[in-house]
Design a binder for this molecule. Sequence first.
Ligand SMILES: [Fe+2]
Ligand SMILES: [Fe+2]
Length: 156
Amino acid sequence: MEYNVIQLDNYYSVGIESIDEQHKQLISMCNNLYLNSCKRDEISKNFFNQSISSLADFLKYHLFVEEQLLSRVAFPEFHSHKEEHSKAVEFINRYLAYLGTDEESQLKKEIPVIREYILKHITVSDRKYANYIHTMNRYTPWHMKDSYLPTEIFLG
Ligand SMILES: [Fe+2]
Ligand SMILES: [Fe+2]
């Protein structure tokens, strides 16, 4: 599969800065994994194995953060969105299972597929909840804006 290193620009933005930053981080991790997967030396191999695990960990953290946000704003499609997240975790875990097996080289070939999967979730599903938050925010009385449905969230 052809792979173009892409930058997560405004086209992919959901308009919530902290979420956009995490999405950028995910895509940048995929790009680095891909670039590293083309190298054959031992250091690159170890780096690749660590990086794919870091991607999985960061993805899980990101999905958790989103679920906290969606629950807080009572997103009507919370359950189906969460279901998609569970599928994403299953999806990445399937690839992680290749590590240390004869199928490891297969995993390297699948990095573009993993990135596509993440990008599709961002542009279709995440955009839906972001639109909901932006719409709700627009109709929130000004004096409640800081405490209710903030466009920006601070994640500790
Ligand atoms: Fe997301
Ligand atoms: Fe999501």
